[in-house]
Design a protein around this ligand. Structure first.
Ligand SMILES: [Zn+2]
Length: 82
């Protein structure tokens, strides 16, 4: 179920989090190696099944995640104001 961000028009995908909340993510799939939660250099990724994981980009890794659209949206400031 892809749609578009109402703020910037980018194509996004909604993932249902384990908490039941819907999270908008960028459609590009990121392959990554898992990293520890305390790793500050790691990317924050959303998995297909709605969990947050930290990882390092690796094109040959088998894990796939998505990056939060809120983190990269050029109109993110307006998301916060609303
Ligand atoms: Zn956006």
């Amino acid at each position: 179920m892809n749609s578009r961000c109402r703020s910037c028009g980018a194509e996004i995908k909604w993932i249902k989090m384990t908490s039941g909340k819907m999270m908008p993510v960028n459609v590009r799939q990121i392959r990554y190696n898992p990293a520890s939660q305390s790793d500050e250099d790691a990317l924050v990724l959303v998995t297909e099944d709605g969990r947050i994981e930290k990882g390092h980009f690796n094109p040959s890794a088998c894990r796939i995640g998505y990056t939060s659209h809120f983190a990269s949206c050029p109109a993110a400031a307006s998301h916060r104001k609303r």
